[in-house]
Design a binder for this molecule. Sequence first.
Ligand code: NDP
Ligand code: ENO
Length: 465
Amino acid sequence: MIRPDVDPSAPEDEQPVIGLIGMGEMGKMYARLLDKAGWKKIHVCDLPSRFEELKEAYKDVKSVVVHRDGHGVSRVSDFIVYSVEAEFIGNVVKEYGPSTKVGAIVAGQTSVKAPEKIAFEKYLPDDVHIVSVHSLHGPTVSAIGQPLVLIQHRAPNSALNLVESILRPFKSRYVYLSYEEHDLVTANTQAVTHAAFLSMGTAWQCSSGYPWERGIYVGGIETVKVNIMLRIYANKWHVYAGLAILNPSAKVMIDQYAKSVTELFKLMLLGEGDELRRRVKEAGERVFGSRSGGKRKPILLEEGILDRFSLRPTTNGNGNGSTTNGTSKPPANSHLALLAMVDCWSALSINPYAHLLIAATPLFRLWIGVAEYLFSSPSSSPSSPSALDASLDASLSNNSFRSDDLEFVVAARGWSQCVSFGNFELYRERFEGTKKFFEGRFGEADKLGSEMIKYIMENSKEADA
Ligand SMILES: NC(=O)C1=CN([C@@H]2O[C@H](COP(=O)(O)OP(=O)(O)OC[C@H]3O[C@@H](n4cnc5c(N)ncnc54)[C@H](OP(=O)(O)O)[C@@H]3O)[C@@H](O)[C@H]2O)C=CC1
Ligand SMILES: O=C(O)C(=O)Cc1ccc(O)cc1
């Protein structure tokens, strides 16, 4: 019997055997973090076809034992994490679940929990516990301070405590949810955020050019848009497909987002300025008016700070990433993606700040940050409009955004349809087509994006407190 409060300094024979089934990005991240923590018995596997490759990769890591398949891992482990594609979780648990050691605790890392719950209930023997997990960040982000969802589904408190003890060295922030609460929260935070950024990528691709190379201003909050879009396309398609297609609440959110995009664009096209301003400002009031009584520190302190993370070439020709001279004011942009996001939150009565404190991913935090910046920045002088007014004016009077905005409408509708049809193959084709277009830029975007996330996370600590 493993003590629920065990820690990595315990003698090896008192430590739990930790099993990792699926050694892709997340499985590898868990193996790395668990080994670094000092856990000495980590048993892992991927598909049998990857057995030799994995054995070679971990030959010098003493704590890691590689198995040919999930039967070997399941039979010896006290705590098992399945980190496989959400689409396949049913089949994988059906195959290996019956081999689970009596009294073990089983978790899944899947980003959408509905199929995982069904699979665990159906295929795990009655004498094993279910305490699921979800690290709410990608494999290249530090786990420190990030939300880590724990779901005590079919387990006594002692099993939950053991999972807490095993994962404590990650220094993540535990968030306790039920399976159902998890899927509702992640539909609101992740699925719709991804839909917005996937649509930006598709639209920019269809406009045939990297935005920062088409003479379009890419500083300030545009920097966040470009970096996050690239981060998402650099990840695996199935992560986003799974969490959108297999989460029933996500369809509703993504559909409303596409509707908001379309309706706002129609008002812009028709020049219905009064109605556009009324609708957007009312939505802004509903979403941001209640922002902790207006006392919460903004997520983005200054738009200019973001220029240091920009991908656009610098004036001295030194590639990317450095600041401009800071004197030129960015031209107003219609910011259709952001106006629609706030309209969507308002239409579905979602308070994004409530999610921020519970289970926000770094990307969601940044996305609220830019929306908040657009909606809450005051005008710099009595004669100049606020950022929001400048954006609304531009959307009505400046035709130069129309073609990009039209592409964005088409893209948002396309992604929404793809999700509502539940078509994984179509999703993969759309995703990978755009990924190919941006592929050359992933390296530098990853570096700049990680720095940007680190900066925002550090600045958010105080505000969250
Ligand atoms: N990437 C991210 O940012 C995050 C992902 N997640 C979730 O974690 C899970 C894993 O994602 P991620 O690691 O990124 O994806 P990967 O594709 O990198 O990893 C999944 C791994 O599972 C393997 N696998 C599939 N079937 C089996 C099987 N029968 N036995 C053993 N291994 C198998 C896959 O092999 P093969 O490739 O050969 O099919 C692959 O190596 C997903 O459910 C995802 O939604 C959660 C948080 C963040
Ligand atoms: O932060 C995001 O939304 C990401 O894109 C990274 C990510 C992807 C899937 C998850 O289940 C958790 C985090």
